[in-house]
Write a protein of this length. Sequence first.
Length: 221
Amino acid sequence: ALAEELLVPADRVHLKPSHLTFESAAALPLAGLTAFRALTYQGNCQPGEKVLITGFGGGVAQFAAQFAIGLQAEVHVSSSSEDKIQKALGLGVKAGFNYKNENWTDQALEQAGGFDLIIDGAAGDSLNDLIKVANPGGRIVFYGATLGNPGKLEARRIFWNQLKIMGSTMGSDQDFEQMLAFVNEKSIEPIVDQVFSFEKAVEAFDRMKAGKQMGKIVLKP
Ligand SMILES: NC(=O)c1ccc[n+]([C@@H]2O[C@H](COP(=O)([O-])OP(=O)(O)OC[C@H]3O[C@@H](n4cnc5c(N)ncnc54)[C@H](OP(=O)(O)O)[C@@H]3O)[C@@H](O)[C@H]2O)c1
């Protein structure tokens, strides 16, 4: 969508939430929709549940954390960055764990006592860490596989603990409408890292490539 003008069918257009600028609203659609469906339709997030959102630096993860807080869950995050964990705590997240620490799963089990719902976009072998920190009967929803496929899977823990592992991708028109209504109701503000002009588009992509951003990068015509 790197264009000054786009022609789309009218039924693809929704009103911008009135509390958001156009730049903030531009950060919302795909990541917000993916997070909302993973958390609500698939994850069935309930008030008071212990929720872990992995990789808080990710765009989907940030919306998932904000939405879970809006749903009155007890939200925890993981991240490779202490700064990002601090940012999450400032938003109302209860605790954060650095997944680069070898013992982060023990720390999470000790502090949170396990999670009822885990939302993940990394998959790979770290899925086994999530299986370890899930409460009996817990749900793990993954919407991405940044780390690829898992090389092994702790099958026994999955059946022994009656876990549900689900996939989720983007969302339906209904999910989108519900997500927008929720953003309006809770006055949720997307975390925007930086707004770049079109002329600086390459710089914007370089920033993303280097993983320096904390929040969405927006391009403005
Ligand atoms: N299914 C869908 O509809 C859909 C939609 C959007 C995205 N996706 C997929 O979801 C994934 C994330 O996308 P995104 O745009 O939200 O992410 P992103 O903005 O590209 O962020 C990537 C983040 O992943 C986190 N990460 C990296 N290694 C990790 C690990 N070992 N454990 C936990 N987190 C880790 C990092 O978090 P920290 O910086 O906090 O360490 C990083 O900031 C991608 O694979 C993408 O293709 C799928």
